[in-house]
Ligand binder design. Structure first.
Ligand code: TYM
Length: 342
């Protein structure tokens, strides 16, 4: 039996990187799962609090994210879809994970290091400490708890989460070793990749596409209109070399577009690249824009419909939280028992 689990932060509309790197895989795993596999997909409100959030916007984003997950094809009859912040078990196990996490390891997390980099002041010297809270540092141990509290075995995420998954396995091992019983409590979860595990920024193809980059033209949002998509793809940074080849190191911009196209058409990127060998960037960009518009058409229509159905959304979230708690309560009984907290 597999337990598939993943999460996304409710900070704004998801972008194409979230979709191709993770969300599309959630739907695929739902479709290919065995009837007795457990599938859990959550919206991680507590993780969002590590950065300043406007309460009104956060409240709206949480519901929009739930509507998005349903719009892309997650089925609440098959998958447990819920808000992380509806289940306190994450926090209890999160505290234990903090107690098992060496701080040195947390300081070495690339997400923490990139936070330090972005909180340096203009002279690139001092760190603005008011931007660095303890939640940012312990973010990965809460993520480990999210995963382990359901004893998940498979976690579909993009490449930027690899280090967090490694930490999760380390913590699971540490717990299993320290609090031994007849059998290890936590399975070591495996990361499930998509072929497009890292979608790059359209404006700076050395960086990943991200929600927080200041230039909005660097990302395609799931709610972008066809003309916005066309404009953003046409403005994507490529290079001046003639013709199109797939070379992620030397030509990351073009490679990113080819990856996006291959993901949209469900083809191998090499096959797609061969079609553009004697063509130009302009033609490639036109085709990528068309393919992305087509890919997002159905989810966008569904999203517009479902986001208005608040009663249904509340029911899905309540139902999801109840089912999630049934699973996590069981884990926590074992955890408390092994710790001596009973
Ligand atoms: P978040 O909300 O930043 O992103 C959600 C998912 O999108 C993937 N992703 C990308 N994939 C490819 N290319 C990109 N440019 C790109 N940008 C984002 C992310 O890898 C992620 O899979 N820490 C997590 C949320 C989380 C979680 C969990 C995930 C909390 N607890 C437990 C799995 C299991 C995050 O911030 O995702």
């Amino acid at each position: 039996k597999r337990t598939v689990l993943s999460g996304i932060q409710p900070t704004g509309v998801p972008h194409l990187g979230n979709y191709l790197g993770a969300l599309s895989n959630w739907v695929k795993l739902q479709e290919t799962s065995n009837p007795h596999d457990d599938l859990l997909f959550m919206i991680v409100g507590w993780h969002a609090l590590t950065l300043p959030q406007d309460p009104k916007e956060l409240a709206a984003s949480r519901w929009d994210m739930l509507a998005t997950l349903l719009a892309i094809g997650l089925d609440p009859k098959r998958s447990i879809i819920f808000h992380q912040d509806h289940n306190q078990d994450h926090l209890e196990l999160g505290w234990l994970m903090n107690c098992l996490s060496p701080v040195g390891k947390l300081f070495r997390m690339t997400t923490w290091k990139s936070r330090i980099a972005t909180s340096r002041n203009a002279e690139e010297s001092d760190v603005d400490e008011s931007l660095l809270n303890a939640g940012l540092l312990t973010y990965p141990s809460l993520q480990a708890a999210d995963i382990l509290v359901y004893r998940a075995t498979h976690v579909p995420v993009g490449e930027d989460q690899t280090q967090h998954l490694e930490l999760t396995r380390d913590l699971a091992e540490a717990f299993n070793r320290t609090f031994k019983s007849d059998c290890p409590l936590f399975p070591l979860p495996t990361q499930v990749d998509t072929p497009t595990r890292r979608i790059l920024s359209l404006k700076d193809p050395t960086a990943k596409m991200s929600k927080s980059a200041p230039d909005v033209r660097s990302r395609i949002l799931l709610t972008d209109t066809p003309s916005q998509i066309q404009t953003k793809i046409r403005g994507a940074v490529t290079d001046t070399i003639l013709g199109v080849t797939y070379d992620p190191n030397k030509r990351p911009g073009a490679a990113n577009l080819l990856n996006i196209l291959a993901a949209c058409t469900n083809e191998d990127v090499g096959v797609v690249a061969a079609r553009y060998e004697s063509k130009g960037h302009k033609e490639l960009k036109n085709d990528v824009a068309e393919a992305v518009i087509e890919l997002l058409r159905n989810p966008q229509e569904e999203f517009a419909r479902i986001r208005e159905e608040r009663v249904y959304l509340v029911q899905v979230a309540d139902d999801g939280a109840r089912k999630a708690k049934e699973l996590s309560n069981e884990t926590m009984r074992h955890v408390r028992d092994r710790l001596g907290l009973c």
